[in-house]
Design a protein around this ligand. Structure first.
Ligand code: GLC
Length: 557
């Protein structure tokens, strides 16, 4: 088996759909599977080739689907198994792949296993979860000091059996006990069920959390309050014993073996929070673990060429070929990309251009392609349990602001649903009259047209899809540049992070035959794609403010 072979997912363009917010066909204020089917032409025209669906399994929705009650059923708010099968068929007819979101670390407290488990200490399902006595002498305190990612202790006391159960997230999301071989057996059986149904792979929720320290040792103290992509610590502890155990790597390797028994090839895309060295581990020691692992470091990178240079250089040195990075700028847990750069569309375009011209598989979150902004949700309409709990936090931690309904038009409810506004599960973001699909659809300069062109550009250039990445550097402080090469064909990328025009001169020599002219393959301004531009003084190339360009040719050797 070759672990360096290029597969479809290495050149894929993954589009995340948060089904609750995509399109509502039954007017209950919540998006559904028929809504995705109805909008399929939109997806085809956008040019994406893979969809990752946030969880659609039966769930009490305490964490909006990331708390699964039954992994074999579709939640009725989204539709039925028939609807899912139809979606899968429609997608495959259009050669679009579907990835499901698998939550293996925990279930809902309404899952039958947990209902059984909490009944008595002798119940056959007791050991499916992590139960312990409280701290001695009286057992009134949790078994150890572990904190939940969502705040508060990671243990909840259950008076019925006078023990505590462990949940890294909400109390409604008890962690499964993978030290019990039966649990893995059941979860692999379920994974196989979906593979046999024909899904093209999985996004694996918090896969670095599968195992916990067998002795449940106390976590060491730390100064850090908020989580970050660079450190393990938050809520004043280093989360050493509740995540990233070596057993997890064995687990993902076994999962890989399971999916590799299926043809055509399927993908495992992992969510691993933490520094790049950790991300690397989940690819497996011999690239025999997960195929792709999200890299989140862009989501918190300041808008500066040198900062991005550092992130990219780190990733490239941590994940050299044949490892394949997977860059993310936003998702259903993180603030909208455009709002992180002051709602400046030129900046958002530059970042999208960066994401799609690097070596790796890009994942974009629905709505980014029209420049949807982060919404402010009034307190009484908050839905996210984290946002509700920490509504008073000066640093917004709630996730509702990036989960608002997709903006299809300037009609009522942004064309997302025909229900009464008050019945929308979340209100629409207030700029929807300017920011919506209908308005942008036929405007060749719009953000949507930009994304369509960018996705097409990526698809049409083997240097971008398969090439090496070299000469990653900055010029004149604000210009980030790198070169993608495939079979001697070179593509140079220049990104001007400054709001001023910058002339790149001596640093850039174009090795095209016709010195003094370059053929621009793409510009984020969309106005000189595929045209030859004359360069002033033979080798002076002027980049406009916040412009990104790609051209055939190279940097000096
Ligand atoms: C992941 C999901 C997030 C969820 C958490 C617990 O980080 O992306 O939405 O709350 O896992 O399942």
């Amino acid at each position: 088996m070759s672990h360096g072979k290029k597969e479809w997912f290495h050149q894929a363009m993954i589009y995340q759909i948060y089904p609750r917010s995509f399109f509502d066909t039954n007017n209950d204020g919540i998006g559904d599977l028929q809504g995705i089917i109805e909008k399929f032409d939109y997806l085809v025209e956008l040019g994406i080739d893979t969809i990752w669906l946030s969880p659609i399994f039966k769930s009490p929705q305490a964490d909006f689907g990331y708390d699964v009650e039954d992994y074999y059923q579709i939640d009725p708010i989204f539709g039925t198994m028939k609807d899912f099968e139809e979606l899968l068929r429609v997608a495959h007819e259009h050669e679009i792949k579907i990835l499901l979101d698998l939550v293996l670390n925990h279930t809902s407290d309404q899952h039958e296993w947990f209902k059984q488990s909490r009944k008595s200490r002798e119940n056959p399902y007791r050991d499916f979860y992590i139960w312990r006595d409280g701290k001695k002498p009286k057992g009134r305190k949790p078994p150890n000091n572990w904190k939940s990612f969502f705040g508060g202790p990671a243990w909840t006391y259950d008076p019925q059996t006078d023990q505590w159960y462990y949940h890294h997230f909400l109390p409604e999301q008890p962690d499964l006990n993978y030290r019990n071989p039966q649990v893995k057996k059941e979860m692999f059986k379920m994974t196989k069920f979906w593979l046999d149904k024909g899904v093209d792979g999985f996004r694996l929720d918090v896969i670095h959390h599968i195992f916990e320290d067998p002795e449940l040792k106390d976590n060491p103290w730390s100064w850090r309050l908020f989580p970050s992509d660079h450190s393990d610590a938050f809520l004043f502890q280093e989360h050493r014993y509740c995540q990233d155990l070596p057993e997890n790597i064995e687990f993902v390797k076994e999962l890989r073996t399971l999916v590799e028994q299926h043809e055509p090839p399927r993908v495992l895309l992992g969510e691993v929070l933490g520094p790049p060295e950790r991300v690397r581990k989940y690819y497996g020691p011999n690239n025999d673990g997960l195929h792709l692992v999200f890299n989140f470091t862009f989501t918190s990178c300041p808008f500066k060429a040198k900062k991005f240079l550092k992130v990219i250089s780190t990733i490239e040195s941590t994940l050299p070929e044949p490892f394949h990075p997977c860059y993310v700028f936003s998702n259903h847990d993180r603030p909208r990309m455009i709002s992180r750069v002051g709602n400046d569309e030129r900046k958002a375009r530059l970042l999208a251009f960066l994401q799609m011209t690097l070596r790796g598989t890009p994942v974009i979150y629905h709505g980014e392609e029209i420049g949807m902004r982060q919404a402010r949700i009034p307190r009484k309409r908050l839905q996210d349990p984290v946002g509700k709990k920490f509504w008073f936090s000066p640093i917004p931690v709630g996730r509702d602001g990036c989960r608002t309904p997709m903006q299809w038009s300037d009609d009522k409810n942004a064309g997302f649903s025909k229900c009464n506004e008050k019945d929308l599960w979340l209100p629409v973001e207030k700029h929807y009259r300017e920011v919506n699909v209908k308005r942008q659809q036929n405007n060749p300069q719009s953000m949507l047209s930009f994304y369509r062109a960018l996705i097409r550009f990526r698809k049409e250039h083997d240097e971008i899809l398969f090439g090496t990445i070299e000469n990653i550097t900055t010029m004149k402080k604000h210009v980030l540049t790198y070169q993608r090469t495939y079979h001697q064909q070179e593509m140079t990328i220049l990104l001007n992070f400054s709001e001023k025009s910058i002339i790149v001169t001596k640093d850039v020599k174009i090795s095209s035959h016709d010195l003094g002219e370059i053929s621009v393959s793409f510009t984020t301004y969309l106005d000189r794609n595929k045209v030859m531009i004359k360069m002033k003084n033979k080798n002076e190339l002027s980049l406009r403010p916040l412009e990104g360009i790609a051209f055939r040719g190279s940097l000096p050797s």
